[in-house]
Design a binder for this molecule. Sequence first.
Ligand code: FAD
Ligand code: NAP
Ligand code: SF4
Length: 678
Amino acid sequence: MIGHTRYPHLFAPLDLGFTRLKNRALMGSMHTGLEEAEGGFERMAAFFAERARGGVGMIITGGFSPNEEGGLGAKLSTPEEAARHRVVTEAVHAVDPQVKICLQILHAGALADTAACVAPSPVKSRIGRFTPNELTEEGIEKQIADFANCAAMAQQAGYDGVEIIGSAGYLISTFLVERTNRRTDRWGGPWENRLRFAQEVVKRVRATVGPNFIVVFRIPAMDMLEGGLAWDEVVSLGKAVEAAGASIISTHFCWHESPVPTIATMVPRAAFASVTGRLRREVGVPVITSNRINMPQVAEDVLSRGDADIVSMARPMLADPELVLKAAQGREDEINTCIACNQACLDHAFDGRQQVTCLVNPRACFETELKYLPTAAPKRIAVVGAGPAGLAYATVAAQRGHRVTLFDAASEIGGQFNLAKRVPGKEEFHETLRYYRKMIEVHGIDLRLNTRVDADALQAGGFDEVIVATGITPRQPQIEGIGHAKVVPYIDAILGRKPIGRRVAIMGAGGIGFDVAELVTHSGPSAAQDIDTFAREWGIDFQNHPRGGVTGVPRQVAAADRTVYLLQRKTDPVGRHLGRTTGWTHRATLSARQVQMVNGVEYLRIDDAGLHTRVHGEPRLFEVDTVIVCAGQTPQRALHDELQARGVKSTLVGGAFEAAELDAKRAINQASRLAAEV
Ligand code: FAD
Ligand code: NAP
Ligand code: SF4
């Protein structure tokens, strides 16, 4: 296959002695929530089988706790629980016996969701619910035995191996770090003692499962924690777990409390792989790298540089289950790339109320219910608007065999994604547009750009279905002076159609207000495109690797020479409604650039002096040269209303359907589900 020559390292098999991985692509562990859901094992079976069909070499499941006290939800400690996993392992092996599937053993330690949680010392995590119970010597012995038992159960369930997570602030890692391990017995104090628990867990697991079972150990290669692991400790830990019987070491760059983004879209691709490369030169077993590796060429580059033996892609496999297959077949431009937005995966996982899925692929984790089956009755469908909603609808409908004509008034597809992609840190949005451009070609969609369609044209066209995906109109607050020359709508600000002064007030602090603030305060290269800039901005030292990898010196964030006020009417903290796992990164960056965030603002009028307001009831004039309006949107439904008036049936999707709380996640999801049924 073409990809085998284009990506020779990615498609090279890896011999582990007792077994062989067919390629170097790993689907990394992600908690999807299916682990605990009703019928979750059947859904997991379909989810993983689809990824196995998509060509991945090895899969690691979401985390299962070895006992009650280590739990965040799912547990594996009994033969009855093991029996439920059979459907998963059998589904994957039925697709291809060469695909390996390993169960992740996740003992959450101080982060476990139970008052019975345990840790080496009673040190509460900032993000944990409970102060953990300090383990006794017997308690430690029990935890080690439970890890070994969990591995035995995984083996009984038909897994090819286990991954033991020794990082991220979970139990094992809290033994390693002085800040969470205050013990003075043989499990605490000097490094040799802090290391002992990890070593013993691996040793006991290996002794229990025998030599022919994969044991991956996830190591905190750079935990991003002040006072975290020093580099020589990382190396020593790697050597120790290798000696204890680990078959593979997986490098992890995370401690859940750490204030450094490691997977968000503002993190450069493969930013952390060089750290894996350094560790790889110190240990004898194969090493996995991860974080922001979302396309085959990025994986190939990492492997060919010698930075890793295996590349983990977790979210990219949510976004496109066929990523590896498409690479193998030279169809990489058909890959639906993970844009690292976290909106439907991590945000849902942390929120706990919504099923994990993917913004660009709403089928992820819904494989058993959302199916794009070929249609028996092809229709002629007009889709008006080639923003995310129209593109998703057109792609799914055409893929199913319908004949789709896609209209857009603009000269390129993408709708508001053409604005989003201009925001520094959102460069990945280009990939989504590339994907849809390719889908239009692959599925033979009749694309009509520069075509603002009206009801006459649609009626004359004789379509069986009309889909109105015309998006939104930006809201213009009705305040005195809104027509002043210093007022700039966000679209003009982003497209650079109007000059922006040195003193700026941004009216509205939703997602777009934040993006506009990012854009107008930005200076220099985008940190998302430049690892050195990213490292400087977040205080990471890749070269010298101080404890935790972080310098502790204040962040060095370049900023444009502007005074910017980001304003909202609500009295809750500005930015509170941004993404759960990414909002803090945007707030931190804008704060570092001295953007002043003001809530409780009542807008009164705009004039030559600036923006007149009351802030929490007190009069305040923002003396600004420019007021950028980011005050939300209303649906653009004129076409739909006209069609209705003529008795022509049409279906609204995306922003045209509902603009409040609209985002691309909802637009793509709604459109894909409708198109699956037409
Ligand atoms: P739109 O994207 O508005 O597309 C509508 C399309 O219809 C346009 O291309 C328009 O030209 C066309 N059209 C309208 N009328 C006609 C007509 N009569 N004939 C032909 N064509 C017509 N969302 C997220 O989820 N995550 C983000 O990080 C994110 N970042 C954003 C950043 C910015 C700066 C902006 C502006 C938006 C961002 N969004 C984000 C929001 C997201 O882009 C929108 O929710 C999404 O684009 C809505 O999709 P849509 O298809 O409904 O509408
Ligand atoms: P939004 O999140 O709804 O924010 C609109 C802002 O305008 C709010 O701050 C709102 O707060 C203010 N506002 C509303 N009505 C107003 C009025 N009449 N006068 C003055 N201010 C008013 O919408 P958005 O920022 O336009 O973003 C659109 C969608 O794109 C959002 O749903 C968002 O999720 C998505 N998006 C997401 C991201 C991301 O990174 N995930 C980035 C960009 C956009 P107050 O009422 O308190 O003033
Ligand atoms: Fe990637 Fe966003 Fe999909 Fe998560 S929701 S897998 S981050 S594209």
